[in-house]
Design a protein around this ligand. Structure first.
Ligand SMILES: Nc1ncnc2c1ncn2[C@@H]1O[C@H](COP(=O)(O)OP(=O)(O)OP(=O)(O)O)[C@@H](O)[C@H]1O
Ligand SMILES: [Mg+2]
Length: 259
């Protein structure tokens, strides 16, 4: 069963074509990384998968049904998005923000019940943000905020989670903590994970499959071994690398050659 299917989509913000005829499918329960240079269209693609933008051409199917046929709240129950940047200028507490993950399940004036509270609590625990619960979102660090936004996505309880560079502000310990958490959700709950990562070595380590975007096109798609090649890296990043296997994990491991 496909969680998502992208069928010949094209998209441009103005006249410039940003995504040039992309097609791929993602099966339920897959762990997929999207990699590619700055400006290659990764965030744009993720926003299309969540129906924030609509393709100029082509279709996107969610669980086999055209995504345009879903109401926004229905999509929010099935897909959560952790965006690349979150600017929250209001003085909400961390717990308020994570509780917003429950909104798709609530009527307009309906209050949180005990079940919502326990789901929020669990999300705070899983992301190690429980000690921050009463702090203001405007008064915590960038990495702490990134983990709070992930907690909100977890509270949304969706079967597909899209994450746009969720580890970019995290220290090495929290990077692994977040990726392990996603891996566990993927294994234990069969949650479909689609994650944009700049760290290719981490992408290789955690993903079933990698989609490699360059200039709005998929230049390679498949297992980490198939996708992470010197040739593909050279084509997209214009640089030479040493490519080895990580001796602990046996996954591709690249080191840029510094001249
Ligand atoms: N709102 C917008 N209006 C116009 N052009 C945009 C907009 N957002 C992005 N773009 C352009 O679309 C292209 C793809 O942007 P996108 O944000 O998808 O790249 P990305 O692969 O996520 O890059 P990064 O790794 O830097 O996050 C870029 O050339 C960017 O300048
Ligand atoms: Mg981006």
């Amino acid at each position: 069963m496909n969680a998502l299917k992208v069928d010949n989509i094209k998209f441009g913000y103005k006249e410039n074509l940003i995504l040039k005829d992309l097609s791929f499918s993602i099966k339920k329960g897959e762990f997929i990384s999207i990699i590619g240079p700055n400006g290659s269209g990764k965030s744009t693609l993720l926003k299309m998968l969540n129906s924030i933008y609509t393709p100029n051409k082509g279709e996107i199917y969610l669980h086999g049904k055209n995504i345009e046929e879903f109401k926004r709240l229905e999509i929010a129950k099935k897909i959560s998005l952790v965006p690349q940047e979150t600017n929250i200028n209001y003085e909400f507490t961390v717990e308020d923000i994570v509780s917003m993950g429950r909104h798709p399940y609530k009527g307009r004036f309906e209050k949180e019940n005990l079940e919502d509270k326990s789901i929020v609590e669990e999300a705070l625990k899983l992301t190690s943000t429980i000690d921050l619960r009463n702090r203001l979102i405007t008064e915590i660090s960038g990495g702490e905020k990134q983990r709070v936004v992930i907690a909100k996505a977890l509270a949304q309880n969706s079967s597909i989670i899209l994450l746009d560079e969720p580890t970019s502000n995290l220290d090495i310990n929290h990077q692994i903590e977040v990726l392990n958490l996603l891996r566990d959700l993927n294994k234990d709950k069969n949650t479909t994970i689609i994650i944009i990562l700049h760290d290719i070595n981490l992408a290789a380590r955690y993903s079933d499959r990698i989609i490699f975007l360059n200039d709005g096109e998929i230049i390679s798609e498949g297992s980490p071994e198939d996708v992470i090649t010197k040739k593909n890296i050279k084509r997209a990043y214009h640089m030479d690398v040493y490519l080895e296997k990580n001796k602990y994990t046996n996954t591709p491991y690249l080191v840029p050659i510094v001249k």
